[in-house]
Design a protein around this ligand. Sequence first.
Ligand code: OAD
Length: 241
Amino acid sequence: MNGNKTKPKIVVLTGAGISAESGLKTFRDNDGLWENHRVEDVATPEAFEQNPSLVYRFYNARRAQLQEDVVKPNAAHIALAKLEKALGERLMLVTQNVDDLHERGGSSSVYHMHGELLSARCAISQQSFHWRDSFDHTTKCPCCSRVTLRPDIVWFGEMPMYMDEIYNALSQSDVFIAIGTSGNVYPAAGFVQIAKECGAHTIEANLAPGATNALFDESLTGPASHIVPQWVDEIISKYAL
Ligand code: OAD
């Protein structure tokens, strides 16, 4: 841990819990997305091959919901944008979330390791396109004019994005904080171990302890909209940022 007043290097990992108070369902809580859908049916390459209509429908519905008026960034997203302003490039914000609430909360650099809902990807060229509307197996791809568009989501069995950049930042971090994630999905659930081995102070911020809670040095318990702004203010005052 950085003992002096130089700016610390911080890696923040967020999960569905940070967006729960913004009106988006988490995955594994009661009435979460995985209670109403089998992961295998909507979040795997095999599902997309066998029943693409269902997979398109699932992500089209979530993309539409994300754009409803009631869905807005909450105080936790906004606080992390404030931390970015204070730390600049010494902060890396990694999210497992496919929503755009960090960006709407004011963060300009967000590593979406599991992809993005407001994006469509050409399955052939792997090029991504900003996409707000519904699309399906009849929608022509802007790069090749063929019907090759898939949701720009990392499905189970696929490699998450930005792993080199993330491991590099974790290995240099002074502080690692995981916010609103249950710690069930790897590789993200393993970030705490890497950060800890490289000397970072590790914090879990969650409504209830997650699966990897024992690995963290410190736990902040409560709704993200309360505990995250408080933690950000503490960091800003501790390091006189
Ligand atoms: P989960 O649904 O597994 O976990 C959500 C976590 O948020 C739980 O630990 C809750 O206790 C916590 N939580 C709920 N409300 C909260 C609040 N108001 N404030 C703070 N914490 C709260 O979601 P993730 O851990 O993000 O991947 O799931 C990881 C990945 O699994 C997702 O990115 C997704 C999913 O399958 C893919 O689809 C590839």
